[in-house]
Design a protein around this ligand. Structure first.
Ligand SMILES: Nc1nc2c(ncn2[C@@H]2O[C@H](COP(=O)(O)OP(=O)(O)OP(=O)(O)O)[C@@H](O)[C@H]2O)c(=O)[nH]1
Length: 303
């Protein structure tokens, strides 16, 4: 039996279902999903372990028309990732017509195909559970006209429909080679990034409009707390939330700090599950004016 190993990544407009698909393929929650667009800012890898292959999934932020310096940096990050992988999955949600955002990405992929090393692109029609068969067929046709695809696969990450098929197709494009990671390793994303993502996810729950773009979460420190007697082990986790305006700070904090307390307890549960230990979570909300446009601040916030 030949064993294959390599890297795959998903691109697609915001909210296309990339994180959910990553989780469905890996079989465990590694990437953070949200129904707000553009919450995945960091490259989060999940590893698919199979009898015949090991596939490392790199979950990238959405490739989109840059409007700010942050947008440009994100796009540069996505392009770097794209030239390094063995296969690209281009996610197009079945419940939305092929639009300008998709065409922009298709153009970028076509350009990469000519400049780069001809990485195969599999068109993945996500959320196919949301539309009737007829609409799905129309969408598949529209997608096939959009570019040169190695394959087109409709899936539903939620219903589990064709997730295995997609796994087979993607793995088929990986080179032969030994496993790259030890068995059972699901993510090599530093814990700190996952902690920041959990806080970000909690802070954005139920929040609309411009806040998702204006929020940056930075883990300041994770330190073990000095133990008194036989008190259980505990970590102190200090996290800063940066927003761009006082009004946004007020939204995050809520009346009398009520919302921030909720954010804290929700994020703490996730962090405790992730780190396997009790956590004291200390959240600070700060205003960093126009951080998205300021190269110095972007650097400080890790972008
Ligand atoms: N019904 C249905 N909903 C889905 C499916 N996949 C994803 N979703 C939903 O679509 C929304 C966006 O999914 P994500 O996986 O966060 O999308 P993403 O492309 O990673 O989004 P960004 O991080 O913003 O780029 C979430 O509310 C998901 O629950 C699917 O197969 N079926």
């Amino acid at each position: 039996m030949t064993f294959r190993s390599g890297f795959a990544c998903f691109v697609g407009r915001p909210n296309a279902g990339k994180s959910t698909l990553t989780n469905a393929l890996v079989g465990q929650k590694v990437a953070i999903t949200s129904d707000r667009p553009q919450t995945t800012r960091h490259t989060i890898r999940g590893i698919v372990h199979r009898e015949d292959a090991q596939m490392v999934l790199v979950d990238t932020p959405g490739l989109h028309r840059p409007r700010t310096l942050l947008g440009e940096r994100l796009n540069a990050l996505v392009k770097d990732t794209l030239t390094e992988v063995d296969v690209i999955g281009f996610c197009l949600p079945a419940d939305q017509k092929v639009g300008p955002g998709d065409r922009f990405i298709a153009e970028q992929l076509a350009q990469l195909a000519t400049d780069g090393r001809g990485t195969p692109v599999v068109a993945v029609v996500t959320k196919s559970d949301l539309v009737p068969k007829g609409r799905l067929a129309e969408h598949l046709l529209a997608v096939s006209r959009l570019g040169e695809w190695a394959d087109i696969v409709p899936v539903s990450a939620v219903g589990g429909y064709q997730v295995d098929t997609l796994s087979d197709v993607l793995v088929g494009h990986l080179p032969e080679g030994p496993p790259l990671y030890a068995d059972g390793e699901l993510t090599d994303e530093p814990e700190i990034v996952m902690v920041a993502e959990l806080v970000r996810e909690a802070a954005l729950e139920g929040v609309h409009d411009e806040l998702p773009h204006s929020l940056a979460v930075v883990v300041d420190e994770i330190v073990p707390r000095a133990r008194l007697g036989d008190a259980p082990a505990m970590l102190d986790v200090r996290v800063n939330l940066y927003v761009e305006r006082d009004s946004q700070k007020a939204i995050i904090i809520g009346k009398g700090g009520a919302r921030l307390r909720d954010v804290g307890s929700q994020a703490r549960r996730g962090i405790e599950a992730l780190l396997g230990t009790k956590v004291y979570l200390d959240l600070h909300v700060k205003v960093a004016k126009d951080w998205q446009r300021d190269p110095k601040q972007l650097g400080r916030l890790g972008f």
